[in-house]
Design a protein around this ligand. Structure first.
Ligand code: GDP
Ligand code: IMO
Ligand code: MG
Length: 404
């Protein structure tokens, strides 16, 4: 069996957690490959809801849970998540090269947002941006450094004294983090390569979404790491040929948390309806998500950038509760129509969506099949994006999933 890479195709919160949990049975291990506890991945089983910020979303299945070198690891959040289920500690390995996030990075995240004032990005304030920045400055301790007895927090504290009004003593945090990470630290690159060498398969779990990618997203309103499938080899430490099949996850409408351009965003009355039906509040911060119609222009870009040949389409039940919905087929920029998202990246504020309307979902969504009206929407998406829709999700519970 081949490896599989799961990525978000929009601005995050597409339902990646649900898809990873659903598909995990076929894999030996699930590897988180980007971001940090800015992510919130929800898995609902028999009505019981679990939100994972740092652990791979296969935590409820008896899989090896790996956290790759390219992840920004907040030991406090990891510790909380590990305490949820007893067996988790023995199944989790964090790469010794992973970047760490301390309370100092969280303070810095908030300070930077305040500094930006009215141009704030609306970050999750989980310290992920400053942690990756410090990594690039070669100041940040890696997981392996925190575990080592010789590591000294003085330099990092002195650095932060230039930017923060008060820099707390970090010894308590250091000791707790060391104790936690000592048990978990390992070599994720070797583990994944070994699994593949004996023909085992792993799943790579992305966080955030394509349009939040640091380089290829709607900069500066993006996150601070790669979010595309091309980040897997670098982050995990495997050759590009081991990324495997790429499956993108997309909602059948669009959401965004935080600031930044959003061509298909709808008016507040419409947004509020979908927000309530779809429980569209941030899994990490609880912020109300901004809501827009399905955007096939940005999705086409996301599919291509990730090399996604498969798609999971989520939240069909939410659209089914609306009388009618729209689908964005093209953008109009200064009166000229285009389906080329990357061409619009420098002029996102002038983009106007061109819709096909009159779409509606009639009939029952269920495990035994999908009604003709959904099939029509899927046909349209498959044709326009050149992907195969393999999974259709029509409710938050694991069981409300239809495989094609
Ligand atoms: P992720 O970050 O991509 O893992 O997505 P989140 O967990 O942040 O947000 C997705 C939300 O939608 C969660 O509350 C899920 O429980 C929920 N969800 C996933 N699929 C479906 C679906 O098909 N229908 C409904 N109603 N909810 C879904
Ligand atoms: P999952 O994995 C949705 C957004 C923030 C903000 C921007 C920068 O659950 O899909 P950051 O804290 O990363 O510096 O914030 O990115 N953002 C997400 N939005 N889902 C996420 O993760 C996100 N992670 C970051 O809201 O706009
Ligand atoms: Mg989320």
């Amino acid at each position: 069996m081949d490896n599989l890479c799961i990525v978000g195709l929009q601005w995050g919160d597409e339902g990646k957690g649900k898809v990873v949990d659903y598909l995990a049975d076929g894999f030996e291990s699930v590897v988180r490959f980007n971001g940090g506890s800015n992510a919130g991945h929800t898995v609902v089983v028999n009505g019981s809801r679990h939100v994972f910020h740092i652990l791979p979303s296969a935590a409820l299945k008896s899989k090896k849970l790996l956290i790759a070198a390219g992840v920004a690891v907040d030991p406090e959040v990891l510790s909380e998540e590990l305490s949820l289920v007893k067996s988790l500690r023995t199944r989790t390995v964090v790469d010794f090269r992973a970047t760490t996030v301390s309370p100092l990075e969280k303070m810095m995240d908030a300070t930077l947002e305040d500094f930006r004032g009215s141009s704030a990005l609306g970050t999750t304030r989980r310290g992920v941006g400053p942690a990756y920045a410090l990594r690039a400055l070669r100041l940040s301790p890696r997981v392996g450094d925190l575990v080592s007895d010789s590591y000294d927090m003085t330099t990092i504290r002195d650095f932060y004294k230039n930017f923060l009004p008060e820099v707390p003593d970090m010894e308590g945090w250091r000791k707790k983090s060391k104790m936690l990470l000592e048990e978990l630290t390992g070599n994720v690159s070797d583990l994944v390569n070994e699994i593949n060498d004996r023909n085992g398969a792993v799943m790579f779990e992305g966080s955030q979404g394509t349009l939040l990618d640091l380089l290829h997203g709607t900069y500066p309103f993006v996150t601070s790491s790669g979010t595309l499938s091309n980040y897997v080899p670098e982050s995990v430490g495997v050759p590009p040929s081991r990324v495997g099949d790429v499956m993108g996850v997309a909602k059948c409408y669009t959401t965004r948390v935080g600031s930044g351009p959003f061509p298909t965003e709808m008016d507040e009355a419409g947004a509020q309806r979908i927000r309530i039906e779809g429980k569209e509040y941030g899994s990490t911060t609880g912020r109300p998500r901004r809501i827009g119609w399905l955007d096939l222009v940005s999705l086409k870009y996301a599919v291509r950038m990730n090399g996604a040949r498969k798609l999971s389409l989520t939240k069909l039940d939410v659209l089914a509760r609306l009388k009618e919905f729209k689908v964005c087929e093209a953008y109009s920029v200064d009166g000229e129509e285009t389906e080329d998202f990357s061409r619009c990246l420098m002029e996102m504020d002038r983009v106007k969506p061109v819709y096909s309307d009159g779409w509606s979902i009639k009939g029952r969504l269920g495990a035994n099949g999908i009604p003709g009206s959904v099939q029509e929407l899927i046909d349209h998406i498959e044709e326009k994006l050149r992907v195969e829709v393999k999974l259709v999700s029509y409710g938050e519970d694991r069981s409300m999933t239809f495989e094609r």
